[in-house]
Design a protein. Structure first.
Length: 117
């Protein structure tokens, strides 16, 4: 099983980034996919989730309207489009896959996003 994130980097405030996560070794299309993030000195927090059954999404309040999660099951990929980034968005962003009923939970290794001028 692998979850491999990409797309992180250094970006100026107000700019955008799109993160990608490719999952292999499990049934991606049946998994609820999420993005989490962990800033230095803080606990890991949920950013957004997209449900496998109907594609419905939910977001942490601070990300609503700025971030968009999407998935392409044909490519086993989940995306996170991040707009209007600010310094508080600096964190390591992690991809998460969860099976129905919590049968499994997989994590990626994370990708660093740094927002700075």
């Amino acid at each position: 099983v692998q979850l491999v994130e990409s797309g992180g980097g250094l970006v100026q405030p107000g700019r955008s980034l799109r993160l990608s996560c490719v999952g292999t070794g499990f049934t991606f299309s049946s998994s609820d996919m999420s993005w989490y993030r962990q800033a230095p000195g803080k606990e890991r927090e949920l950013v957004a989730t997209i449900i496998s059954v109907d594609g419905s999404t939910n977001y942490a309040d601070s990300m609503k309207g700025r971030f968009t999660i999407s998935r392409d099951d044909a490519k086993n990929t989940v995306y996170l489009q991040m707009n209007s980034l600010g310094p508080d968005d600096t964190a390591v962003y992690y991809c998460n896959a969860k099976g129905k009923g919590g049968r499994y939970v997989f994590w990626g290794q994370g990708t660093q996003v740094t927002v700075s001028s």
